[in-house]
Design a binder for this molecule. Structure first.
Ligand code: NAI
Ligand code: MG
Length: 362
């Protein structure tokens, strides 16, 4: 049966970069006979304009019925004056929540051709290929009690609570172990088990799960402060990193800067498989809607193209096709084509569509 794909281009450069993915999908359909049933809808600011809400119920229904969702970006200055509850970002948050996406995958890959774009030494980052898996639905961001109160003497007291349950730890650790098998078979679990009991339990549960059929994976543990240092000192020591929501938020942004190019960073968010074994999944570039360059045709489509490759690999088990897309990206970079954001001396600056055409040619 054809794979059901929901495409949500969103706002700003979202539709521009998604257009290139549409053309790549068209190529796979024509040249490789792949069949996708594609629906397209609005999310974010454009959905507010058309439907009055950043994520309409009918759009959510399409997402819940799809094999995978591919999203561009949401937001922009036009909608910033709106109250927080109806801002474009709420559409994305609601989508993640309703789809119960608890594992956020953020690869940090440095293409050798772009290693100089990093602020780190070439030899530290060249060839880097790590995957950070951040738990997305628990931790300080959702735990209760929470809030700020004013005590009788006028002192203000802020409270947030780090909460995880063992099933929450196990399900995200399982994704880490499963994906590590598709990569370098190494998982580093990051915690602060020396001072934070919640993460002590995290570590124990990861170790337990490792003993239940994942003995082929090389498992290590690291305190988050050390992990932050090691990511800068020697990031290539890692393969898969798995960690909680707040540590993952910080470490994944740190890892993004190892690559130095926002326009190149894909991501995926995964949930549980349903009765038919289909895992809920959302794929999107890490970057936002880039209002400063919207409409100029200069946006880098590669983060979205690489998100599409992740979709092929993780939702559809089309590893060969995913590899084709990633190899095409490497070849295009090797041939010297660059969008403005990754421009280097001596290279040819090209538009969004020329970059897309070059990918298809490769
Ligand atoms: P941004 O990621 O949109 O842009 C940051 C800088 O990087 C800008 O100078 C932009 O031109 C550049 N950039 C980003 N993607 C690029 C690409 N593909 N090619 C070339 N250059 C690129 O972040 P910013 O400016 O903080 O936010 C802009 C809007 O996007 C805001 O409304 C924000 O709320 C929203 N946003 C949405 C996200 C999402 O949909 N997941 C994530 C981050 C921000
Ligand atoms: Mg962050």
């Amino acid at each position: 049966a054809n794979k059901k794909l929901l495409i949500l281009p969103g706002d700003g450069i979202g539709p521009e970069v998604m257009g290139e993915v549409r053309r790549i999908i068209g190529w796979f359909e024509r040249e490789r006979g792949l069949g996708f049933d594609i629906e397209e809808d609005l999310v974010g600011g454009c959905a507010i304009d058309a439907y009055g809400v950043p994520l309409a119920d009918k759009t959510l229904d399409l997402a819940m019925g799809a094999d995978a969702v591919l999203l561009g970006a949401v937001g922009g200055p036009k909608w910033e004056p709106l109250p927080f509850e109806i801002r474009p970002e709420r559409g994305l948050l609601k989508l993640r929540k309703e789809m119960q996406l608890y594992a956020n995958l953020r690869p940090a890959i440095v293409f050798d051709e772009l290693a100089d774009a990093s602020t780190l030494k070439h030899e530290v980052v060249a060839g880097l290929d790590i995957l950070i898996i951040r738990e997305l639905t628990g931790d300080l961001y959702f735990g209760t009690p929470r809030g700020v109160e004013t005590l009788p003497d006028g002192t203000r007291r802020g409270v947030n609570t780090m909460v995880y349950t063992s099933p929450e730890v196990r399900r995200v650790a399982r994704i880490a172990f499963d994906l590590a098998r598709k990569r370098g078979s190494k998982v580093c679990s990051v915690d602060k088990a020396n001072v934070v009991e919640t993460t002590e339990m995290w570590r124990e549960e990861v170790i337990k799960l490792h003993g239940e059929g994942y003995e082929d994976i090389q498992l290590s543990h690291m305190y988050v402060d050390n992990a932050a240092m090691q990511l800068v000192r020697n990031p290539k020591q890692f393969d898969v990193i798995v960690t909680g929501n707040i540590f993952g938020d910080i470490l994944s942004d740190e890892a993004a800067m190892l690559t130095g190019s926002l326009g190149m960073l894909p991501s995926a968010s995964l949930g549980d498989p349903d009765e038919s074994g289909r895992r809920r999944a959302l794929y999107e570039p890490v970057h936002g809607s880039a209002p400063d360059i919207t409409g100029q045709g200069v946006a880098n489509p590669l983060a979205t193209v690489l998100s599409f490759a992740m979709m092929l690999r993780y939702s559809f088990d089309m590893d060969a096709e995913a590899e084709m897309v990633e190899q095409a990206v490497r070849n295009v970079l090797k041939s010297g084509l660059r969008t403005g954001d990754i421009m280097q001396p001596g290279m040819a600056q090209v538009s969004t569509t020329v970059m897309g055409e070059a990918i298809i040619r490769e």
